[in-house]
Design a protein around this ligand. Structure first.
Ligand code: FAD
Length: 516
């Protein structure tokens, strides 16, 4: 792999990786020579050394608050030429293990880069151009004013466009539209040499596909052209329960295979929860209230299928929508007494996790350690995985939701050309253990216990020959990164050498070491 001295340097990232940092006096004097529209801050930068994971804290030397793309370009160019230092774009800081941090380097506060949103349309359909630092919730609120909406989402919208496009952006719409990285028409990127490049499938395609799912390694996304479709305004949101995993997963796979199906398909696992259906009543209506009130969830492992049908109150006949839903549900095998339905606005549905966030914040439970484990699992191995993991490794789901839903990659656009790594089969499952740890607890709700549980899940999978891929990956050695990328590693390395030859960008992933 490492043919030239240059390549071998990039390859030599080691386990106890230390970034080459600015010398203490260097950053301020060096960076202040730059002529910027925005500014650098050198103090009170605590927010840039933390993230949602609340486990990794690396202090930057400076934070750039850019007001223009040229601020970002000249900063990256300067660090490139300076012979030391690294640069991390920080979106909304909702990484889990310091991925948007730069130990002793420069963090770019992407949310400062405010650019006018521009809508348009061409042969590729309607689109909106937005800044890489825009929150998806703001993109949604703006586009629905024009009767339009992006097609593919994440479950939580208080994340930036650049942040999710650097990972993938997977949620309940991806079975149909692909992840968010399949729904981008064009990007503007500042590469690791400080060059500003516009790229798309047809123009500078190699850079375009490198950056999508590229973990911030190849450039800073300063603008993204997001594909749009007509927006609905209402949603029928449905939950049903299964006690049998094979029935649950075969119904999920059936639904994602249909041409006419729900618009959103997800699911989650519930283990040993008291009064589950009673809790749902605050936001959902049981189809059969009497039967539902008698349902006992305690001590059981249950699988919840969660689906949604979008509609427009002006253009659609609600009776027809109800009949379509009825038709789809009639072919499923859930426990009849557990059918719950709710009707909410489209924006309210997409922004649903924010409601939970507000409640958790009130209780001081949002800013706790989040030892999340997010996996993409080959469909053919899912039953084996579920049997062991939900049968014996995970005995309780009270630490946080466990999401589980299938996706069909054969319907995804150009995904193989992006940097996202997924298992090889067409049908894969996204399984996420979204745990919150109780600070300083040494029990089953504590960080160490949850991390050990995550490791047991990974160890079981590798021992059982389940070749899964981590989504939102985190590794500490380059050997592990190579194994993660598998056959894509050579391409990934070549792209790094082309677009960020000194390995300046996104040091928090610890894939490469800064060269000089
Ligand atoms: P940051 O954490 O700030 O950055 C993430 C990475 O991207 C870093 O490496 C950073 O350097 C890089 N980066 C940031 N901005 C740019 C840019 N403009 N250009 C280049 N690189 C950049 N993911 C899903 O796919 N589906 C979900 O449903 C989902 N739900 C989530 C719910 C919650 C509550 C949380 C906390 C996370 C969720 N995620 C989900 C994961 C999320 O997509 C990633 O953590 C994402 O990186 C967060 O975006 P951010 O703006 O906070 O990025």
């Amino acid at each position: 792999l490492c043919h030239t001295p240059h390549e071998s340097k990039l390859c030599s990232t080691n386990q106890n990786h230390h970034q080459l940092i600015f010398s203490p006096s260097q950053p301020r004097s060096a960076l202040e020579t730059l002529n910027l529209d925005g500014y650098f801050s050198y103090k009170n930068n605590a927010h840039a050394s933390r993230d949602f994971g609340n486990r990794f804290f690396f202090r930057p030397a400076a934070v750039l608050h850019p007001k223009s793309v040229s601020d970002i370009a000249s900063t990256v160019k300067h660090v490139y030429e300076m012979g030391a230092g690294t640069v991390a774009a920080r979106g909304h800081g909702h990484s889990l293990q310091g991925q948007a941090q730069a130990d002793g380097g420069v963090v770019i506060n992407m949310e400062s880069l405010i650019r006018p949103r521009r809508g348009g349309g061409d042969g590729g359909g309607r689109y909106v151009d937005v800044s890489g630092g825009e929150l998806w919730i703001d993109v949604l609120k703006e586009t629905v004013k024009h009767g339009l909406t992006p097609k593919s989402w994440t479950d939580y919208l208080h994340l930036t466009v650049g942040g999710t496009l650097s990972n993938g952006g997977i949620s309940g719409q991806a079975f149909r539209h692909g992840p968010q990285i399949s729904n981008v028409q064009q990007l503007e990127v500042v590469t690791g040499t400080g060059e500003v490049v516009t790229c798309s499938e047809k123009q500078n395609a190699e850079l375009f596909f490198s950056v999508l799912g590229g973990l911030g390694q190849f450039g800073v996304i300063t603008r993204a052209r997001i594909a749009l479709e007509p927006a609905p305004n209402m949603v029928k949101w449905i939950r049903v329960l299964y006690s049998d995993f094979s029935q649950f997963s075969s119904d999920q796979e059936h639904l994602i295979s249909l041409e006419e199906s729900f618009d959103y398909i997800e699911g989650f696992v519930i283990i040993n929860r008291t009064g589950l259906l009673n809790n749902w009543r605050s936001s959902f209506h049981p189809k059969d209230p009497v039967q539902a009130s008698q349902f006992v969830s305690d001590g059981k492992t249950l699988y919840c299928l969660e689906v949604a049908k979008y509609f427009s109150i002006q253009d659609d006949n609600t009776e027809t929508v109800d009949m379509q839903i009825q038709g789809l549900l009639s072919n499923l095998h859930f426990i009849p007494s557990t059918l719950f339905i709710s009707e909410v606005s489209y924006v309210g549905f997409l922004d649903r996790v924010h409601v939970a966030e507000m409640k958790l914040r009130e209780q001081g439970l949002w800013e706790v350690p989040h030892p999340w484990l997010s996996l993409l699992i080959p469909g053919s191995k899912m039953a084996q995985f579920a049997s062991e993991v939900f049968g014996s490794i995970v005995t309780d789901s009270s630490n946080g939701p466990i999401l589980i839903y299938p996706l069909n990659q054969s319907k995804w656009n150009n995904i193989k050309r992006t940097s996202l790594v997924t298992p090889r089969e067409d049908v894969i499952y996204h399984v996420s253990f979204l745990a919150s740890a109780v600070p300083f607890s040494t029990g089953e709700d504590g960080l160490d216990y949850i991390l050990a549980r995550n490791q047991r899940i990974l160890d079981f999978s590798s021992g059982a020959g389940i070749v899964l891929k981590q989504y939102l990956p985190h590794y500490t050695t380059q050997e592990d990164w190579k194994a993660h990328f598998g056959s894509k590693w050579e391409v990934f390395l070549k792209r790094k050498l082309t677009y960020d030859p000194l390995a300046i960008l996104a040091p928090g992933h610890r894939i490469f070491k800064r060269q000089y």
